[in-house]
Design a binder for this molecule. Structure first.
Ligand code: 8ID
Ligand code: ZN
Length: 355
């Protein structure tokens, strides 16, 4: 264990208005100090999710810890496990992923029913506990996700949040092969993976986003129809025209602003499912009650995924059916990455090299 350093490089934010500081002398929790059930993971890399920007800004009704080390799409190697840990599903040397849900009690009704992510005692990586913008991260043996050899760490990183989240939303969208799904936010981190999971499920994709880069990406990944939300004069009409006049069977909305939700009730066909995924902090869902009832629409919130969803999403990626489209940057670029995310400039994902 002597190769575990005493200090490390992390990106830390003191408050919602303070700049992000990258420091080199942040303490590393030492193996003998780990509690039972905790593990120390030496990070290879970590994706940057729009949720990290919400955490940085503190713009959600549930507030993050401060000071905060953000990040929840990390992949690395377990270098230590707390003494007296019993029945660990992972061991030192394993390559694992750290997802948003760092830990949950696994014993309350919510956990027992498989909704671990909504456990009242959940620990959230990069939000209520320090996350993956660090070289050594404390996580929990029961919740880390084993990464198959076929998947490189940089390819796996964003599957741990973006991938799992859209995979689960599609899994519960009650769609079947040949159905139409609309993906507002399709060119972003979650959205571009949603295009691919949807294709893998045999769905037909209408991608909505803006700009030439995102258009090219979505069409390359298999979207049949592209709509630029800044150019379209009538999104509802465009979707109905593309879907034989009836509208789509489902929509998985992954926009960080409420605008992506606005017309969903109108462009879904009868019996349609609206999967709410994107998380604007204060917006209300402004849905017509009349048409929600009249068209038998279901509105379902979908929040990351449990341990099983994570393994399934990762396995699909390891088989090559889904590939994250990303570029790699150093940890020091985090502030710029947030600026670009805010401006909607990132097609796909940015992954930070932590080595
Ligand atoms: O568990 C969950 N539900 C979960 C998990 C992970 C992330 C929810 N999220 C939330 C994030 O907190 C964030 O609010 O999903 C949202 C999207 O995360 P992201 O994919 O990481 O963000 P991004 O890469 O910035 O992509 C968002 C895309 O939406 C487009 C943007 O151009 C961008 O490509 N967009 C916007 I903003 N408004 C749009 C509109 N009206 C739109 N696309 C279509 N129509
Ligand atoms: Zn995320």
């Amino acid at each position: 264990m002597s190769n575990i350093p005493k200090t490390q490089k992390v990106a830390i934010v003191e408050s919602s208005t303070a700049p992000i500081h990258v420091v080199n002398d942040y303490p590393v929790k030492q193996p003998q100090d780990l509690a039972p059930g905790e593990c120390l993971v030496k990070m290879h890399c970590t994706g940057v999710c729009h949720t990290d920007l919400h955490a940085r800004k503190g713009d959600w009704p549930v507030k993050p810890k401060r000071p905060l080390i953000g990040g929840h799409e990390g992949v690395g190697e377990i270098v230590a496990i707390g003494e007296h840990t019993s029945q660990s599903p992972v061991k030192v040397g394993d390559r694992v992923g750290i997802k948003w849900l760092a830990d949950s009690c696994l014993d309350c009704e919510t956990c027992r029913k498989g909704l671990e992510q909504s456990c009242l005692n959940a620990k959230l990586s990069g939000y209520t506990v320090d996350g993956t913008f660090a070289q050594y991260v404390v996580s929990y043996v029961k919740h880390v996700t084993p990464i198959p050899d076929a998947l490189e760490s940089t390819e796996a990183a964003s599957i741990l949040c973006a991938g799992v989240t859209v995979y689960r939303a599609l899994k519960y969208s009650q769609t079947t092969i040949g159905d139409w799904v609309v993906l507002p936010g399709a060119g972003g981190g979650l959205g571009h993976l949603a295009v691919q999971y949807a294709k893998a499920m045999g769905l037909r994709v209408v991608a909505i986003d803006t700009g030439a880069d995102k258009k090219e990406l979505c069409l390359k990944l298999g979207a049949e129809v592209w709509i630029d939300f800044k150019e379209s004069k009538d999104i509802v009409k465009d979707i109905k025209d593309a879907t034989g006049g009836f509208g789509a069977h489902a929509a998985v909305v992954t926009t960080a602003s409420s605008s992506g939700y606005e017309q969903a009730i109108e462009y879904l066909r009868e019996g349609g499912k609206l999967m709410a995924v994107g998380l604007p902090g204060e917006a209300k869902l402004n849905a017509s009650i009349f048409f929600t009832v009249f068209k038998s629409i279901s509105i379902l919130g979908s929040y990351v995924g449990n341990r099983q969803d994570a393994r399934e999403a990762v396995d699909i990626a390891a088989r090559g059916q889904v590939k994250c489209y990303y570029s790699v940057k150093p940890l020091g670029a985090l502030s710029e990455v947030y600026e670009d995310l805010e401006k909607g400039k990132i097609a796909g994902r940015i992954v930070l090299n932590m080595e």
